[in-house]
Design a binder for this molecule. Structure first.
Ligand code: SF4
Length: 233
């Protein structure tokens, strides 16, 4: 299957009862406030080209952002922060993301998350992360031939991604690389058909981090620029 075919299947997934109930409840409650647009309320697939050299891994869709628009980090303050920095780093065609069809194109970069449905309080359970893992496994396997760098936004994504990277053909060093802002690890290829992969840690673009100044635009742009250079973008 191609990545596009995988995404077509993903948007119909109903494997996590708590998340299905929540994403659909939010959509029902908020539809009236957004009468002029479709309120998505379904799993959100990854966004960006199938031959990406750089992957950005978040946490899960936000209830009123990606769960509303159906596109990763689109329609809320976290996304505004991320896409402005991606534009600054030359990875996005425009600094804003409002909804699918707004003309935004990502250059050599894809964005995904280890959990594809919006969770209550932005906190998926480890069981939900594990249930969703097969989608990330498949996505990484499909991206692997062109993938050179990964940026992980936050510790949840970091923990979720390490076993997926191992399954997709990279060697995870021991002791395990620890998450932190500015963390960087080079993962050797486990087989000759893979290139080494560069893994970067970055604080999540949540309002909790951006409003408090824990993550500034310059800090994010620095990580994006390093990862893009390493990926040859
Ligand atoms: Fe399916 Fe993942 Fe959504 Fe769970 S979180 S329902 S596994 S897409």
């Amino acid at each position: 299957r191609t990545l596009a075919e995988m995404d077509d299947r993903l948007v119909h997934c109903r494997a996590c009862p708590r998340l299905v109930a929540w994403r659909e409840q939010v959509a029902r409650d908020k539809r009236a406030a957004f009468r002029d647009e479709e309120y998505w309320g379904r799993p959100v697939p990854g966004f960006g080209p199938a031959d990406a050299a750089l992957l950005i891994v978040g946490l899960a869709p936000a209830a009123h952002g990606a769960n509303r628009t159906g596109r990763m980090f689109t329609g809320d303050r976290s996304g505004d922060f991320l896409y402005a920095a991606m534009y600054e780093a030359g990875l996005a065609s425009q600094p804003t993301a409002t909804r699918p069809g707004d003309g935004l194109v990502l250059h050599g970069t894809r964005i995904t998350s280890p959990v594809h449905c919006a969770p209550p309080a932005n906190r998926p359970t480890t069981a939900e992360r594990d249930t969703c893992r097969h989608w990330l496994d498949r996505e990484l396997t499909l991206l692997a031939p062109t993938l050179r760098s990964v940026i992980v936004l936050g510790g949840f994504g970091w923990q979720a991604l390490l076993p997926v990277l191992a399954a997709a053909g990279w060697v995870i060093p021991r002791p395990l690389p620890r998450f932190g802002h500015g963390a960087h690890a080079e993962l050797p290829a486990a087989s000759p058909d893979r290139e080494p992969l560069h893994l970067f840690g970055c604080y999540h673009v949540s309002q909790q981090n951006t409003f408090t100044g824990r993550l500034t635009p310059a800090m994010l742009t620095d990580v994006l620029t390093s990862a893009a250079e390493t990926a040859g973008l």
